[in-house]
Design a binder for this molecule. Structure first.
Ligand code: NAP
Length: 246
């Protein structure tokens, strides 16, 4: 019988890890259920919250999970804390798989913010028309930015719906390239980019376009995480699992 691994997912890395492990492990990927069109995954899939750290602890014990991988998105602020607590309580080894953040490069004009509310307050200092690339959730704070024009790009529409007098919505999953991003910024007269430090290559072209056009980037920093074993690639996660199981 194969040993069971639970991957807390919702990212491309979680999918790739599930694909790599599915031959030799009994893989379950857990999704929060936020995305309306999740892609197919190998192995078992469960959807919805566990009921906090205690709920996840119960799940690990009841399902006989041998290894836990937290591969949730860098901006999923809560699940990592639940996972770290449950891993300790249930004595199930855990590793965090998190892609490295983007680094500032020569010519960049980044302004970093720890909270979304500070970022929204600062918008008028940097421009008049912002490209917002923060996903569709948690955009309610932009209701305060009434004098700033917004172009919001997300996979799903804002939920809850955004109350703002002057915004356009672009629904798109990416990946995006430099030509497309430069055209979007220039043709729409966008003069600042609002981004999270997601890392990876799929959505980094907006930063190259902003650099080329001399536009400021307002960067929302990643949330704080518990101290756990941490790797930044799928290969390193596989090596970590190999070491723990030997
Ligand atoms: P979060 O703040 O860390 O989690 C909120 C609650 O959602 C958790 O306490 C948990 O509920 C449930 N949850 C989160 N991830 C889960 C998972 N993989 N399986 C089962 N339950 C999960 O996370 P979030 O920002 O709401 O994001 C939700 C999911 O979307 C994450 O899995 C993440 O990987 C994915 N995602 C998020 C973003 C983003 O920008 N935040 C972007 C892309 C993908 P219980 O406490 O009841 O267990």
């Amino acid at each position: 019988m194969k040993a069971r691994v639970l991957i807390l997912g919702g990212t491309a890395e979680a999918r790739r890890l599930a694909e790599s492990l599915s031959e030799s492990w009994d893989v379950t990927t857990s999704l929060a259920g936020r995305t309306t069109r999740p892609r197919d995954l190998p192995g078992r899939v469960r959807v919805g919250g566990f009921g906090g750290g205690p709920g996840l602890t119960r799940y690990l014990v009841d399902e006989g999970i041998a290894v836990l991988i937290d591969a949730t998105h860098p901006y999923a602020a809560r699940m990592g804390w639940n996972a770290a607590a449950a891993s300790q309580e249930a004595a199930v080894p855990m590793v965090r798989l998190e892609r490295p953040p983007w680094e500032v490069r020569t010519g960049d004009n980044w302004h970093c913010f720890q909270t979304l509310s500070d970022l929204v307050t600062a918008l008028p200092r940097y421009g008049a028309h912002a490209l917002i690339t923060l996903g569709g959730a948690d955009l309610a704070a932009f209701a305060q930015a009434r004098t700033t024009r917004l172009t919001i790009r997300a996979i799903d529409p804002p939920d809850p719906p955004l109350e703002h007098p002057n915004f356009d919505l672009i629904l798109s999953r990416g990946p995006f390239d430099l030509h497309g991003e430069s055209t979007l910024l220039s043709e729409r007269g966008i003069d600042m980019v609002v981004s999270r430090n997601a890392g990876g290559e799929k959505t980094s072209a907006k930063l190259d376009a902003a650099r080329a056009l001399g536009l400021p980037v307002l960067m929302l920093q990643r949330p704080r995480r518990p101290e756990t074993d941490c790797v930044d690639t799928v290969d390193d996660a596989l090596a970590w699992i190999g070491r723990r199981v030997d």
